[in-house]
Design a protein around this ligand. Sequence first.
Ligand SMILES: Nc1ncnc2c1ncn2[C@@H]1O[C@H](COP(=O)(O)OP(=O)(O)OP(=O)(O)O)[C@@H](O)[C@H]1O
Ligand SMILES: [Mg+2]
Length: 250
Amino acid sequence: MVVARDLHKRFGALQVLGGVSLHIDRGEVIALIGPSGSGKSTLLRCLNHLEIIDRGEILIAGEKLVDTDTQGRARYIPEAEIRRVCRRMGMVFQHFNLFPHFTVLENLIEAPVTVKGMKRDEIVPRAEELLRKVGLLDKAGAYPNRLSGGQKQRVAIARALAMDPDIMLFDEPTSALDPELTGEVLRTMRQLAHEHMTMLVVTHEMAFAREVAHRVCFMDKGQIVEERAARAFFENPQHERARAFLEHVL
Ligand SMILES: Nc1ncnc2c1ncn2[C@@H]1O[C@H](COP(=O)(O)OP(=O)(O)OP(=O)(O)O)[C@@H](O)[C@H]1O
Ligand SMILES: [Mg+2]
């Protein structure tokens, strides 16, 4: 579903991605972990075109988003095509990013209506079904400022799902939440994983990563330095930096 090859990205003099390669099969859940500043968010943002790579290749669900020309420069597909390809990915951020002036239900139906041109009659039942799934159908008419952080995040997940993505990218979806609220968001994500959603999850929730992820990618200084089955990784990390990291966080 996702193939990334040799991604390079710098911000000015700072090399943030130094040749990252990653593949995610359909239905796979990948936990992306690593120290602060190692490039995890940047990698996610490059995958769905919130950042532009300098060099490398990205395919989403078999379609090319970008490759590299013979001069070694990134070569993106045309803008309209980019939008279409990126629509196959839903993204959930640390800080929810709900529309504050829309109700919960309106938050879910806005993009399907304006971006996909769906009819309200079509999308409302689907949106309600998604709200039921994340346990928030009773909040359909509420505004985001009346919701807890955990509830907001579950709305954000439902909103991403309303676009019917093939892949869900999560960037520390629970790190702004109290432990109690973290649990309810992780439950929703676990349920998605059981339904075989393809997921790439940046997280500091090691118990979640160990239980739910099939594979762990450990990033350090702009590179994936270790990539293994989740269980094996947590039992016996090979890379020195990964070991130190786990000792620190577990
Ligand atoms: N827009 C930007 N302009 C300049 N530097 C940036 C920008 N975005 C990120 N960086 C830098 O790139 C590096 C990687 O940042 P990134 O946000 O990808 O790290 P991260 O692994 O997600 O960290 P964290 O765990 O703290 O979220 C950091 O040194 C950061 O300061
Ligand atoms: Mg980050």
